[in-house]
Design a protein around this ligand. Structure first.
Ligand SMILES: Cc1cc2nc3c(=O)[nH]c(=O)nc-3n(C[C@H](O)[C@H](O)[C@H](O)COP(=O)(O)O)c2cc1C
Length: 171
């Protein structure tokens, strides 16, 4: 199980192979068990397996999320900021999606959208909202590219952990 965490690396190149429906369903089952503040589940997941839509989303922020164009599948995490824990809850479910995908032998990368302005000065969330018909009162945390990885990345190395980030008893 350790390997699930160590092997998870952000991969931005994917094989031209569709992700099987059973795998998508399994990822969703795991994601929907994610904890959330007061169990409010202030998120929605939009599953996108339509290449044209994925390309349009990638174009919302080409400088950071163009890798999505290589992915056969994307999952967009939408948040309802009415809940005070929505951003944390969104990040948790996004991580669940990434790890669940890893468990299914897939690779992922997070593409950030929340509060981002692209290099053309356009609001990234607004652009994605239009493409996916997301209501105005909802925010978009990220779009996760998912697929069979086509890039060799070494697992995280336990000997190179940033242990200086860990503090015991006081900062
Ligand atoms: C909140 C967050 C935002 C990120 N945004 C992007 C992004 O917009 N584009 C991208 O290519 N990678 C993005 N990443 C992936 C990070 O670059 C990556 O996780 C980091 O470099 C560590 O590498 P690893 O995931 O392989 O451990 C994001 C990751 C997180 C957690």
């Amino acid at each position: 199980m350790d390997n699930l965490f160590l092997n998870r690396r952000s991969v931005r190149k994917f094989k031209n192979i569709e992700v099987e429906e059973e795998k998508i369903n399994r990822i969703l089952e795991i994601a929907l068990t994610a904890p959330s503040g007061r169990n409010k589940k202030p998120w929605d997941i939009i599953v996108i397996n339509n290449k044209e839509l994925i390309n349009k989303i990638a174009d919302a922020r080409p400088e950071a999320i163009s890798f999505l164009k290589n992915a056969p599948l994307a999952m967009v995490v939408v948040m309802d900021l009415e809940s005070g824990t929505a951003i944390a809850d969104g990040a948790i479910i996004a991580s669940y999606i990434q790890l669940a995908a890893e468990l299914e032998g897939l690779k992922t990368c997070w593409g950030h959208a929340f509060e981002k302005i692209n290099l053309k000065g356009e609001n990234v969330e607004e652009k994605i909202r239009e493409v996916l018909n997301i209501p105005k009162n909802k925010n978009i945390l990220c779009t996760i590219g998912i697929g069979y990885g086509d890039e060799d990345k070494k697992p995280h190395d336990l000997d190179k952990l940033p242990m200086d980030k860990v503090h015991f008893n006081k900062y």
